[in-house]
Design a protein around this ligand. Sequence first.
Ligand code: BGC
Length: 803
Amino acid sequence: MKKVLKIALKVLVIIILLASVAGLGGWWYINSAFLSFENDYAENTDIKELTIDGFTFLDRNGNSKLDIYEDDRKSTDERVGDLLSQMTLEEKIHLLKGSGMGSAMGKGNTAVPGAVGTIVPTPRLGLPTIYLSDGPAGLRIEPKREGEDRTYYCTAFPIGTLLSSTWNTTLVNDVGRAMGTEAKEYGIDVILGPGANIHRHPLCGRNFEYYSEDPVLTGFIGAAMVNGIESKGVGTSVKHFVANNQETDRNFNDVIVTDRAMREIYLKGFKIIVEKSQPWTIMSSYNKVNGTYVPERKDLMTDILRDDWQYQGLVMTDWFGGDNAPAMITAGNDLLEPGTKKQWKALKKATENGTLSEAAINTSTRRILRLIVQSKKMQNYQYSNNPDLDAHAKIARQSATEGMILLKNEQTLPIKKAKKIALLGVTSFDFIAGGTGSGDVNEAYTVSLEEGLKNAGFEINQASKKLFETHKANHKEQFIKPEGFSAMTTPYIPPRMTYTETELKEIVAGSDLGIITIGRNSGEGGDRIEADDFLLSEKEQNMITEVCEAFHTAGKKVVVVMNIGGVIETASWKDLPDAILLAWQGGQEGGNSVADILSAKVNPSGKLPMTFPINLNDHASNDNFPLEGGTLNIMKLMLASREEKPENEKVKNKDYTDYEEGIYVGYRHFDKMELEVSYPFGYGLSYTTFDLSNLNVTMKNDTINMMVTVTNLGNLAGKEVVQIYTSKPDTKIDRPLKELRTFAKTKSLNAGEATTLTLQIPVSELSYWSEEDSQWILEKGLYSIQVGASSRGIRLSMEVEIN
Ligand code: BGC
């Protein structure tokens, strides 16, 4: 027996030893391949000032002379040219990939823990490290640093989808300015956002980061954001270029799509952003398009982006994106992020054996150098690490309020007489600021709906609050918010609540109004599913039915607040409550913003940036979308083979996704098929009513000029969005019935006040992409210019003749 025990012990020790060796080996491999492999290129921080001829400059290379690249009186091109001529081939290659994921994990000697990538320094020339950080709703850096008491929280602004719901480019520009300032003051040089992918299907887990199902709305809002951020001397990375419309197997998925759908839908938003804002960087997407990884496609990286659109900035990969490093540089994807040792080696080898040309290396290096020269780091800007978080919280609140959408209101809102409010549903007390993954922000606080209403002077029913607290105490584990890395991959979804008849009776007796909150959370790496997510869960359905019945029996009203990041089903239950507010995920001030609307401090003016369908499968894309959901597998992302599977082993919607619906995405499809929807694209109510009148359309120099008068007919001040669609009734080709071409939002109009908006559409925007001719074609003849308060609420129209 003793002998058996001894053997067993020995085996155990061997297993532990082997496991430790394997663990250490694995860790060593991951560390040296992905985290920090930059041992010989430490940033040179000991840079002296020199004064020559009365001009003080930073002697970056320490040669006691003023080099052209050190002279900030010279143009960017001159400085970049000088740098390029001074760099060795090895230094150039070194610059084409980041320094690994170390800084993202706060590892090593990093200036900004949590920054998810870098452009590497060139110590010999004194070029600084450039820090890249997520993301679309605000900065995502580590809030705590080792050995420090203070925190580095960032402002959680509203999610992208809410910002596009404002249809207010000036306001989005203000948000961008605040984000840019915050990044600048925390030492971040490039914000990895905004996200400009199209909402092809409601279940894409990252739709909350993106703007719309429509490319024009996406483009206008995206450009406003880029211009705002970059006005502060901080770059953006517009992502994910292109056709990254699902999270399931996003790193390998091959998008099979027509050129026409690419040009008119998926590329179009990016094109508008490039034309209106020339972003410093664009992030290529993980997926393939028609068989080839996007960053390896020269047609996308160079022919379209650079030659057609005249894009001047650099393109970086998404994190660990693409397969063949030299092929990516050759195609025009200039920077590989976050960079791996393997890619570095591959670039060196390809240079040696001539498969990667020096010309391609120079082109990409030049683009990267332009960014470095433009950066605040190069100006030696001393960042404060103290952005004005209070000022930014105000902008977060203001923008969130303006992007919330009133979907239904039967003489219920604003809340006038009701003082005592009963809050129902977990999310009312545990409000969701934003989605998960790289679109998340480490904010200091989130104002819940309860807090927001209290701040606005409402009284909260204690019976419903107590029930929430008991529920929370009974499910302690599930109420622990994931932190750090697991927060990245696990959406926080605490268990839902139910109420008994007696509980509801007590709640109704003690309150004047009920508010039910429906919450949803999703994020990077996984797509949503239909059951219990797009559809309400059984508990939620029962809650809405029972709560409405209990309140209505007592002659009291019920409001549903949707604290969600993506579209959910509404048709089956929207008749039950008296009012519905789509609050989206409004960032850290979300609860205050909802209260601003419910109390009429602000009149709602948000409009839907996508359609709310009746059924999920009313969407044409539903036939070709992964409907099983899933979560992100980081190891697969980093280590899985990119080798092409044999055709017969490929799995539909995972290995490839067929965009069979072509250009018929969102309202383009619903309108064409004459499908009923729950709420149409562009829809949103106000506490007042607006009249649209005096449409005047004229043509001048290939531009259609329109004037529309908007009059506030009600007795409360408010803003209205004017949406201009065009259609070609006698078209010879297959075209959508109408397409959004431009829009404008009024200032706040007082009761009775009128304003005239002026809008323009370049005639070329009426073109369609011809597959046969491989170019944009403008059909001649009559077009109808339609002015709407939504895509299905056309109020005025006029015809113009295009010759
Ligand atoms: C995401 C990007 C993000 C990057 C860095 C990737 O997984 O797709 O949007 O910017 O990580 O965090």
